[in-house]
Design a protein around this ligand. Structure first.
Ligand code: SF4
Ligand code: SF4
Ligand code: SF4
Length: 275
């Protein structure tokens, strides 16, 4: 009898031990997961243009990947399994491939089935920009220098700010040191880009440039001088200045030739639409 009891005791002891180990593992993983989750919400990803505030975004994105498929320059990636609550959600890494707007219609937002990336803001901005033209030229015969489609696309580009460029270490920037740049665009990364004013996309690692003073981040910015300009600091020294019109597309970071890059884009906090 005593022998049977001791067997039961041992079995119960082993069972209790296994349960304790499993519970600890579950609690540990959950703690890690939620620690990771909160830090990711704080840190934020550079989300595609039109994306809602981070918490709204996490709850409304169904991780279908349609935005990934539609982007012609493959700017959008999906977060990996070790990215906690963000797993499967889309983000842009401008160090590799920026959003260059060459889809022309903010197609990632247009295709999102849940409006986690919201096309409405672009639609409103586009309509608002073009409406005065139709008021002025009701028959639709615009002067040759006005292309209503271009006007609309420009307004759409400006409609949402996903991030903002900054130059964390000016002494790293070629222009700040009075240096030019001759070579290929970018810092060894591969990516595609439709340069401002051109109709075709180029591969950045195949695009040769030669600038007396480096200003690549300025001349390739899709928003132009309303977003960034090169300022003279002192004789022979220059520094790009990021302005309010910067929307955080990341093109400047993608084309910057220094390694590590001298200009980086950080996501901006947005106002949640749902409480
Ligand atoms: S707006 Fe940018 S990220 Fe979205 S589909 Fe167009 S190029 Fe890609
Ligand atoms: S400065 Fe221009 S290229 Fe750089 S993130 Fe802003 S809008 Fe994009
Ligand atoms: S592209 Fe890079 S190195 Fe050149 S001016 Fe801009 S930040 Fe400086």
């Amino acid at each position: 009898m005593a022998k049977t009891n001791s067997k039961i005791d041992r079995r119960q002891f082993l069972k209790a031990g296994v349960s304790a180990v499993v519970s600890l593992a579950v609690v540990g993983s959950a703690a890690y997961y939620f620690k990771d989750k909160s830090s990711l919400i704080e840190q934020g990803y550079l989300r595609p243009p039109g994306s809602r505030a981070e918490k709204d975004f996490l709850f409304s994105c169904i991780k279908c990947g349609l935005c990934v498929q539609i982007c012609p320059v493959r700017a959008i990636k999906l977060a990996d399994w070790d990215d906690g609550l963000s797993y499967g959600t889309p983000f842009i890494d401008p160090n590799v491939q920026a959003c260059d707007f060459s889809c022309d219609a903010i197609q990632c937002a247009e295709t999102c089935p849940t409006a986690a990336i919201d096309f409405q803001i672009f639609k409103e901005a586009g309509n608002k920009a073009v409406a005065p033209l139709f008021e002025k030229y009701p028959d639709g015969r615009f002067p040759k220098d006005i292309n209503p489609f271009e006007v609309q696309i420009t307004a759409m580009k400006r409609a949402d700010k996903i991030g903002e460029a900054e130059i964390p270490n000016p002494e790293q920037c070629l222009a700040y040191n009075g240096h030019g740049y001759k070579g290929t665009l970018g810092h060894g990364n591969k990516g595609k880009l439709r340069p401002p004013g051109q109709t075709e996309r180029v591969r950045i690692e195949e695009t040769q440039v030669n600038r007396e003073i480096c200003d690549l981040c300025v001349i390739y910015c899709p928003l132009g001088e309303e977003a960034i300009e090169l300022n003279k600091i002192e004789e022979g020294k220059f520094l790009p200045k990021v302005k309010d019109g910067c929307v955080g597309c990341g093109v400047c970071q993608m084309v910057c030739p220094t390694n590590p890059v001298s200009i980086i884009v950080k996501p901006v906090d947005k106002e949640p639409r749902f409480s």
